[in-house]
Design a protein around this ligand. Structure first.
Ligand code: CP3
Length: 352
């Protein structure tokens, strides 16, 4: 009869955090803000702790992952942290030979051409990545009321690195595989869906409050190719994460023509780059919260130019049932941290 007394009168602060409220389409006290790639070279404190340590090594050290993830939260006062890792990190953790070259990006030693190449790609198990679980558990406890976003690379974007062998502008080899050998393509994309599911599951089970699936380069595809070759595999990832009940965010660059399809893949929240205004994005996505979309180039334009852009984006964001303020893509390495700090503060006070 007294059971109801054990129900807390005020919900847990994390659960009522602006980021999670906006991601669920509820009304937060202010528009939440965070920045994609907020951890990294723009921060002198990041460059300092990374000195002489490779990206992969740093991802395997819980002390560094915790410190690097917290750096932008301290510096910018953002409404969410994003787990420090990379879209190719889970492949490396499972023994796949891929390197992150500074200034270039992921480079695969043995680009995938056939079924034997796919066999070398394995999803991680929790037993492979005790450092991931440890880092996330510690982060969640240190972050308190600030949510931690877990993430993974979507099948297409990760496949593009594995098939091309490194960064690409036209994805010619990847598209050639899709159309020329669709069975091989679907086998690879299905395997990469399992890679994303496994890594996201480890992160959510360790305490991540939301997940973001990065399909950064999907904008290189026509809607027709996206629907046939990519959507089913990204949908598999979202479906597998559904039982956890955490918001599932989907983002890519240059995806104006794909926003409806990326929403249909199963995202709860859709990330938008700067090319499509949020009110137009809301029409394309349907009634879902949106994330975005200040052009990162504006970071270098001076405050007089930035402020009206933020005002416009906050206004356009009202067309969606929830709005998480972000850049339209990641923080450039040469961005000025003071500008990012000022943007975070301005968004939070202006929208309160
Ligand atoms: O703060 C955060 O956002 C968390 C960290 C994060 C990294 N990579 C760390 C990183 C996240 C979310 C990613 C995702 C990622 N990695 C994406 C999707 C997001 C996007 O930007 O579209 C992609 C496409 C990659 C692949 C990748 N890894 C690239 C293109 C690069 C840049 C190469 C370079 O040096 O310019 C990386 C390396 C990488 N990942 C760095 C960081 C901090 C830089 C390496 C370093 O600091 O030594």
């Amino acid at each position: 009869a007294w059971d109801h007394l054990s129900v807390p009168l005020t919900p847990a602060p994390l659960d009522r955090s602006p980021y999670l409220l906006a991601a669920r389409g509820e009304r937060p006290s202010h528009t939440p803000v965070w920045f994609m790639r907020q951890a990294g070279r723009a921060l002198p404190e990041y460059r300092k702790v990374r000195e002489g340590i490779t990206m992969l090594e740093s991802c395997m050290r819980p002390d560094l992952v915790v410190e690097i993830t917290l750096q932008p939260v301290r510096r910018y006062g953002v409404d969410a942290a994003i787990f420090f890792s990379d879209i190719v990190a889970p492949l490396q953790f499972a023994g796949y030979d891929i390197e992150i070259k500074p200034g270039i990006g992921p480079v695969a030693a043995d680009p995938i051409r056939d079924a034997a190449g796919i066999a070398a790609v394995r999803p991680v198990t929790a037993a492979d990545v005790p450092y991931t679980t440890e880092a996330i558990q510690q982060l969640v406890s240190e972050l308190g009321g600030t949510p931690l976003i877990g993430f993974a690379g979507a099948p297409f974007t990760v496949a593009s690195y594995l098939v091309e062998g490194g960064p690409s502008k036209d994805f010619a080899k990847t598209k050639a595989m899709m159309h020329g050998n669709p069975d091989l393509w679907h086998a690879l994309a299905d395997r990469l869906a399992d890679v994303a599911i496994a890594y996201l599951t480890v992160q959510v089970e360790a305490g991540a409050s939301a997940i973001q699936l990065f399909d950064s380069w999907a904008g290189g595809l026509s809607p027709r190719d996206y629907e046939r070759f990519v959507l089913p595999h990204s949908a598999k990832v979202f479906e597998a994460l559904k039982p956890y009940g955490v918001p599932r965010v989907h983002f890519g660059v240059n995806t104006g023509e794909l926003l409806g399809l990326m929403s249909a893949a199963g995202a709860d929240v859709v990330g938008v780059d700067w090319r499509v205004p949020l009110d137009e994005a809301a029409r394309r996505v349907g009634p879902k919260p949106l994330q975005g979309n200040l052009d990162p180039a504006l970071l270098f334009a001076g405050w007089e130019a930035i402020e009206p852009e933020i005002d416009r984006i906050l206004e356009e964001g009202k067309s969606a049932p929830g709005h998480i303020f972000n850049l339209g893509h990641g923080v450039p390495p040469d961005a000025d941290p003071d500008v990012l700090q000022r943007i975070a503060k301005y968004v939070q006070t202006r929208s309160a």
